[in-house]
Write a protein that binds this ligand. Structure first.
Ligand code: FEO
Length: 369
């Protein structure tokens, strides 16, 4: 699919995928790869292994028998690098440009593949004839090896995982979807993948702030052009853990209904205070859905009854998942019911405290309310 003269998307759409490294993605995803034609031909990023033949077919439909000369690998995670062995088998003369750690990871993942690698660092460039790529390392967005590539003459940023969204419904550009849908999917992605690396996102925003960018071409989801500035502004807020003062999320599970009643009381109380309340029962919704709604919430209520001296497994799993994603700057509150011991409320209180949240007094009731 042509993006501009000489610039194509050669991506694969994985619309049926529902789970990606433990994160539930309700409408699938895409693995975006881009082809840039110049005196030399450059392929930017690849696709998951299962889609390698489709990638090669997409490339050859554009360039026929012409070889690909350069491969820019922005990130070694297999959703992007999985097709590398097939690509270097098809284009054995192609040279791989990547960060030093990415090259090491590619060699470790694909020991049977033989290719020439060039390690790049901040400020290095690659000329393909009339075009110049600038490399911008962005460690930890998403792995230590990650980088972006900026195509100077076209003002395009190939941002890999940064600014992605898991949208596998076929749209190529943000012009084809509503702003609300775009921000919802970008936020879901940020909360579940990027949030722990918010400090690094701040550095990336600083590194690209001096660049003129007409289009961001991420490795997942739609290309950002019409709403580019809105997504960048959201990244700026999210990386600082800015929250919305009247946004409340109530995340809980229940056994015989008492913790549910407490959750309902909290919902009524905060709705009465003109708050926007999201209400999530973990036996009915995935932890990643809860995280997406926590992203901008100032108040985080987490509730569970006590089961065998523990929080319910759904709630314990959520707490573990949330702590790994390192949200900050919230107001937390533990709540729940119990029959005789009541450890769950203490455990939730400790977990939220360990996130650095400012804590409200726990809400704890025996048997029923
Ligand atoms: Fe989309 Fe970190 O891989």
């Amino acid at each position: 699919m042509k993006l501009r003269e000489n610039i194509y998307s050669v991506r694969a759409v994985d619309g049926d995928l529902r789970v990606l490294h433990g994160y539930q993605i309700p409408i699938g995803t895409t693995y975006n790869a881009y082809l840039v034609l110049d005196e030399k031909v450059t392929l930017i990023d690849f696709v998951k292994h299962d889609f390698a033949a489709e990638l090669i077919r997409n490339i050859t439909e554009i360039i026929g028998d012409r070889p690909v000369d350069y491969l820019i690998c922005n990130h070694a995670e297999p959703d992007h690098s999985g097709a590398l062995p097939e690509i270097v088998r098809h284009y054995p003369q192609a040279v791989v440009y990547a960060t030093p750690s990415c090259l090491k990871e590619l060699k470790a993942y694909y020991p049977e593949s033989s290719f020439e690698g060039v390690a790049v660092k901040k400020g290095d460039t690659l000329s393909t004839g009339t075009y110049t790529f600038q490399f911008i390392p962005m460690p930890m967005i998403h792995w230590p090896d990650s980088m972006s590539a900026y195509l100077v003459q076209e003002k395009l940023l190939f941002s890999n995982d940064a600014f992605g969204q898991h949208i596998g419904t076929g749209e190529l550009s943000d012009r084809e979807i509503s702003l609300e849908h775009l921000l919802s999917r970008a936020g879901d992605y940020y909360a579940n993948i990027v949030l722990p690396y918010s400090v690094q996102v701040g550095k990336l925003l600083g590194a690209v702030s001096g660049l003129e960018i007409d289009m961001i071409c991420p490795a997942h989801g739609v290309i950002l052009e019409q709403h580019l500035s809105r997504v960048v502004a959201k990244y700026s807020d999210w990386c600082e853990n800015k929250t919305i003062d009247n946004k409340v999320v109530i995340i809980y599970d229940t056994m015989w209904g008492t913790t549910h009643k407490l959750a309902e009381r909290l919902r009524a109380e905060y709705t009465e205070k003109n708050c926007e309340v999201e209400f999530i029962q973990l036996s009915k919704a995935h932890v990643s859905y809860a995280m997406a709604h926590l992203l901008e919430a100032k108040y985080v209520f987490v509730g569970s009854p006590t089961l065998n001296n523990q929080a319910m497994p759904t709630v314990a799993a959520f707490l573990s998942y949330m702590r790994g994603l390192k949200p900050k700057n919230r107001i937390g509150c533990a709540f729940g019911s119990y029959g005789w011991s009541g450890e769950s409320i203490t455990q939730i209180n400790e977990a939220l405290t360990a996130c650095g949240f400012e804590m409200l007094d726990p809400i704890k009731v025996m048997w029923n309310v």
